[in-house]
Design a protein around this ligand. Sequence first.
Ligand code: PLP
Length: 358
Amino acid sequence: MRSYNFSAGPAALPEPVLEQAREELLDYRGTGMSVMEMSHRSSEFVDIAARAEADLRELAGISDEYHVLFLQGGATGQFAAIPLNLTSAGDPVDYLDTGSWSQKAIKEAGKYCDVKVVGSSKDESYGFIPDPAQWQTRPDAKYLHICSNETIGGLQFKSFPEKSVPLVADMSSDILSRPLAIDRFDLIYAGAQKNIGPAGLTVVIVKKGLCGNARPETPTFLDYATQADADSMSNTPPTYAWYLAGLVFAWLKEQGGLEGIAKLNERKAGKLYSAIAASNFYRAPVDKPYQSDMNVPFTLANAELDADFLQGAQARGLLNLKGHRSVGGMRASIYNAVPEAAVDVLVDYMAEFEQTHA
Ligand SMILES: Cc1ncc(COP(=O)(O)O)c(C=O)c1O
């Protein structure tokens, strides 16, 4: 019996993907071994890797102008890899601050560059995204960094600004949840453990023209040009996570690609936000235009009821609804693989809890 898993990441994976992985676990297509046990240089794995990349390119409309890298080190590794690959010591770089993950990226970049925070909604508890017209960007910045979806705060860009310097986006928690206007970006990165696959894999989509100028001290495995030249196999890649990501991409294609999954995601999020908006008991902390379709934070009228709420949820198989420790309350992460039925059961439970506790 599988639970409804609202974890923020590592998060729910599509059930058909897990079933296929189980099917192929001991003997991958007659090879007599698991993908986990294969050399990354074997023709079978090289094939798995190439198919995953081709499917990702097709899903997201990624042209030949970009490298697609399958790396290790998490999105956190990219917080450092980006300045190391794209700048020289002390170069100006611009960052927008929309929450916890922006702040982590800013702090790391500060070790390598002259970072300017060009806008922030911190003083208003990150309830909105500052208007792009007000961002104090610098024309000589080497890039502008944004976080497209703040996983903890539940704040999401619904459209992206046109800017004159390269745009870099942390899309860890909303990549592949909706169609991607790839041309707007020069670099997109994401830890896999939400919409791509299991933890341990990091996807980087980077304009080829930005590669090849890494600082000499850049760790080799984080050097984009080195990894691109080696098809992301300059060192041993996270082979099993890469294989599972490939299964997820194939599954996504079956769901109607990014347009298909976006419709489902909008419907799921719409049900949850409508239920919150219609109640006097639950409250969403983020202003409506910026509410994330992936991570839905909400608070109860009385925080002393939180433990009861979570206990009742658990009894119904609704797991991992506790909000991040830094903000409290609840958070339902409803990534691609979380079925609509999970949201339906949650909404029913919320109504029932409100009736008995309001
Ligand atoms: C938006 C965002 N950025 C970065 C990270 C850090 O990712 P990792 O733990 O893979 O380094 C996370 C993790 O949840 C995230 O949600």
